[in-house]
Structures are given as C-alpha cells and as structure tokens.
Design a protein around this ligand. Structure first.
Ligand code: ZN
Length: 198
C-alpha cells in the first residue's frame, strides 16, 4: 500500500480494515472542522505568513492534530478556514509531521506521473491528477527557520496538492473534464441521500 500510484492523497487507502469506534469518532469530530467544496475560502489565494509567533505555532499544532485525527496525510490552512500559506503533512505513519510556511516550488521535474488523489475537503471523491514526480520546495518552519525539501513520489504529490490549496486550486481543477463531471455527480448524489436520510 506504500505504492503512491494508487494511494489517495489525503485519505487512508480505500477499503481499510474497519476502524476502531474511538478512532472513527475522532475522525468524524475532526472532519467537522474541515471546510468542504462550496466554501469560498477553498477557492481563495491564501495570504503569506508575516509573523512567526506563538499564534502561528498554535495554528500549526491544531492543524497537525486535526490531520492526525482525520487520518489524513496532508492539510492546508484554508481547509480549516484560515487564509494563511501554511500546510502540514506526514507521508509515513510514524514520522514526525512536517509544517511548511510560505512554501514555494523552486524546481519541478519535467517527468510527470498520473495518480489517484483524494481530499479531506471532498470526501468520497477520488480523481486522477497528473503532477511532476519530483519537486524542490523552499519554505520556513513554524519557528521561521528556512527549510529546503527535495521530495519525490507521494511526498512530492502531497506537497503539491497542499500548495494548490494555498492557491485556491482543488483536484477537480486538475483532472479531466470527464472525471470532474463524474465526481460532481457523485457529490450531488451523496448530498441527496444524506438529505433524504435526515
Ligand atoms: Zn486537499
């Protein structure tokens, strides 16, 4: 399952073993804080961070906790309603969560790859997105120290997905027209069945 070709970006792999009820409840609680498609902040370019203070560090800690509880592997500040150029990610379950503040892609490989991605803001939707296989990203951490990240594979994909969020770009904007239409149809059907169940 470490294969990044099929791993949806912000979700656990599909058809995971049934979640422990406590884990599921925590995930549902976290998901209530995540903005969904239709929220204008998801289509807005986020503002650069200017102050590396305790408030920023609290914001990063809160995002990291939400991402962890939501079982995501990446989360961008606009997804939790904050217009800041901040993202967190963790590709390996046991590695520390990395925060990137004001990230900028300095270089991306000419080599691109298509893989399926999901998004915490678009639950149940998976679409194929083509992206460069490798990127070099310059950013700061939550303390203001400079970071240079050379990433490939899933890590490169997650970082690019989250930077897209900072620019108001969603995976629906990056996929084919056919897949976008199918995804929108699935979202409408999910909303309708949720409404009729309520
Ligand atoms: Zn996303």
């Amino acid at each position: 399952m470490a294969d990044d070709v099929v791993e949806p970006t912000e979700h656990e792999p599909e058809a995971p073993p049934p979640l422990d009820p406590e884990v599921r409840a925590r995930r549902q609680a976290a998901m209530r804080h995540v903005r969904r498609l239709g929220d204008p902040i998801l289509k807005t370019k986020a503002r650069p961070v200017e102050r590396f203070d305790d408030e920023l560090r609290e914001e990063v800690a809160r995002m990291a906790a939400l991402m962890h509880d939501a079982l995501g592997i990446g989360l961008a500040a606009p997804q939790v309603g904050i217009s800041h150029r901040v993202l967190v990610y963790r590709v390996e379950p046991d590695s520390p969560i990395v925060a990137l503040v004001n990230p900028a892609v300095e270089w991306s490989s000419r080599d691109e790859e298509i893989a399926e991605e999901g998004c915490l803001s678009l639950p149940l939707i998976h679409v194929e997105v083509e992206r460069p296989v490798a990127v070099l990203v310059r950013a700061r951490d939550e303390h203001g120290d400079e970071l240079v990240i050379e990433a490939t594979g899933l890590e490169a994909r997650v970082i690019q997905h989250e930077i897209d969020h900072l620019d108001g770009v969603l995976i629906l904007d990056r996929t084919t027209r056919e897949q976008r239409k199918a995804a929108m149809r699935a979202l409408r059907e999910a909303e309708q069945s949720a409404a009729s169940a309520a």
